[in-house]
Design a protein around this ligand. Structure first.
Ligand SMILES: Nc1ncnc2c1ncn2[C@@H]1O[C@H](COP(=O)(O)OP(=O)(O)O)[C@@H](O)[C@H]1O
Ligand SMILES: [Mg+2]
Length: 510
């Protein structure tokens, strides 16, 4: 069935290293793709997949290593150079102008004359229609982008690359934005493309998709090349264990759990994303006092929408959320915080967690400035506010210990400590921690983990949402795996098999 021509190596990336400062995002990665081959890149979030393909597409210059295209060693200085070499890329986020038609988007930046004449547009439309027909893309050249589905928009991006003569197509997590049916359509398109001799590099974390479309798979873990395998010769289990790895990460100090009564219950919850698709799709979960419940899952399986629904930032389309048996579905963000005492360490600490222009003291009282002792008869009491901030910088180890510094002048780890200080000192019933350690260094990570465990040891409930499986496994008492908006399994963290979780995260069945 496959149409691989092993005599033609289309892409060779040899010992590619890419550093950002001291951070090594790609550490001697090797990748070979033949003509007509579908090659998938597999790795957890942050493994370095996008960085690698960005090097191939000329968006980044590798720090070291070589790239050959059709046997020729090349320097790919920018995306134009990549396009000249026959490399096309469909990014995770599309780059289309909404108010333009398909054809206008495709010829954007390629106009040979200043003003595209009517005839040129007509010619371009004809070519777009031909390409669409040939590969089964089902695109109407005259449709406006804003009127077509996300799946169609993605096919326009594919078409744009083909229009420019792409022989090698890079698809960065193309299925993350698609419905299951659109995924099947994409699989068909990929088959059509390889039949015509195109080569595909596809990034996905979903093992069944790899099994379905890819011939070869290269696994990257924490920037390192692990292996390239022939997909038919490995099981989903083997792929999962290569992706997740077996290295032990430092364990979080935890006492035996004193699990209490159920406090939060989520039933058949449905929450739509910005496109109107059910990102949370019939989710059930209960949270108990004195436990950390970790939600493991790959980015984009409904985690953000779940947190937004719980915190009142996003409308609930169906189902219910109850706290101690009381319906809290549809509560406003203020009610969630003040009335239900549910506090959140938000996913985006700079947008949702802090006011970056405010100083540390002001950020610490964002939710309480109108209460005594910070306000008296509507007047802010600055002495009390800064005294409290001094206390917090000590207790929560916020550095430098100067409450007059703006949030934006602090490191990521210290910004996170300000948020933790504010949320935890309000003694929440439920603490939701969404990606609480993203981008933090090892010391700050340990601090955040200890703060979560302290809440749990004080009998509070903690919901931890993280894309880092290690983090979920180390910190949680129970682990729920989210996949496509549903909880697909819940296990005790003690004695858990990480490969089993990795497999569920990728939609496989253990
Ligand atoms: N422009 C950049 N500057 C600094 N760090 C970066 C940059 N791009 C990516 N990184 C870091 O490199 C690592 C790999 O990122 P990425 O290639 O996007 O991972 P993946 O696509 O596998 O999820 C991450 O830790 C990320 O934070
Ligand atoms: Mg990526």
């Amino acid at each position: 069935m496959t149409a691989i021509d092993f005599s033609q190596k289309i892409v060779e990336m040899i010992d590619v290293v890419k550093k950002f400062g001291d951070f090594v995002a790609n550490d001697r990665i090797n990748l070979t793709v033949h003509k007509g081959e579908v090659h998938s890149l597999l790795g957890e979030n942050g493994a370095g997949k996008t960085t690698l393909v960005n090097c191939l597409y000329g968006l980044y210059r590798p720090t070291q290593g070589r790239i050959r295209i059709k046997g020729q060693e090349v320097e790919i200085s920018d995306p134009n150079a990549a396009i000249q070499l026959g490399i096309g890329m469909v990014h995770q986020h599309f780059m289309l102008v909404d108010t333009f038609t398909v054809t206008q988007n495709i010829i954007l930046g390629r106009e040979t004359t200043k003003m595209m004449g009517v005839l040129d547009i007509a010619r371009a439309e004809k070519k777009v229609a031909e390409i669409s027909e040939r590969y089964g893309l089902a695109i109407n050249p005259r449709d406006k982008i804003q009127d077509i589905s996300v799946g169609s928009q993605q096919r326009v991006e594919i078409l744009k690359a083909l229009y420019r003569g792409a022989e090698i197509l890079i698809l960065d997590e193309p299925t993350a934005v698609l419905t299951p049916q659109e995924i099947q359509e994409l699989v068909m398109i990929i088959r059509n493309l390889t039949q015509e001799g195109k080569s595909i590099i596809i990034i996905t974390h979903k093992l069944h998709e790899i099994k379905q479309v890819a011939d070869y798979c290269t696994i990257i873990r924490r920037g390192k090349f692990i292996d390239t395998v022939e997909v038919d010769k490995v099981t989903e289990q083997e792929l999962a264990s290569m992706m997740v790895g077996r290295e032990v990460s430092f364990a979080v100090e935890k006492k035996a759990q004193q699990k209490g009564e159920q406090i939060l219950a989520i039933q058949d919850l449905v929450v739509k994303d910005n496109r109107g698709i059910a990102a949370v799709n019939g989710l059930n979960l209960t949270l108990h006092k004195g436990e950390i419940l970790g939600i493991a899952g790959v980015d984009g399986n409904g985690q953000s929408e779940l947190v937004e629904a719980l915190t009142g930032l996003r409308k609930v389309a169906g189902g219910s959320i109850t706290l101690r048996g009381k319906e809290i579905t549809g509560s406003k963000p203020k009610e969630v915080i003040n009335r239900w005492n549910i506090r959140t360490i938000p996913e985006d600490r700079q947008k949702r967690g802090l006011v970056m222009e405010f100083d540390v003291a002001e950020n610490l009282i964002l939710e309480t400035y109108h209460d005594t002792p910070f306000s008296v008869r509507g007047m802010l009491n600055r002495d009390k506010i800064y005294a409290y901030a001094d206390h917090c910088t000590q207790v929560y180890d916020i550095r430098p210990t100067n409450p007059y510094l703006t949030a934006k002048s602090l490191s990521g780890g210290n910004q996170q400590k300000v948020i933790i200080a504010r949320e935890v000192s309000n003694d929440p019933e439920v603490l939701i921690a969404s990606q609480p350690t993203r981008g933090l260094d090892v010391g700050a990570i340990e601090y955040v983990h200890t703060a979560l465990v302290n809440q749990r040891d004080r009998g509070k409930a903690v919901l931890l949402i993280s894309f880092e499986l290690d983090e979920v496994m180390n910190v949680s008492d129970r682990i729920a795996v989210i996949f496509e908006g549903k909880i697909v399994g819940i296990v005790d963290a003690i004695g858990v098999d990480e490969n089993e979780i990795g497999l569920m995260m990728a939609g496989g069945t253990p």
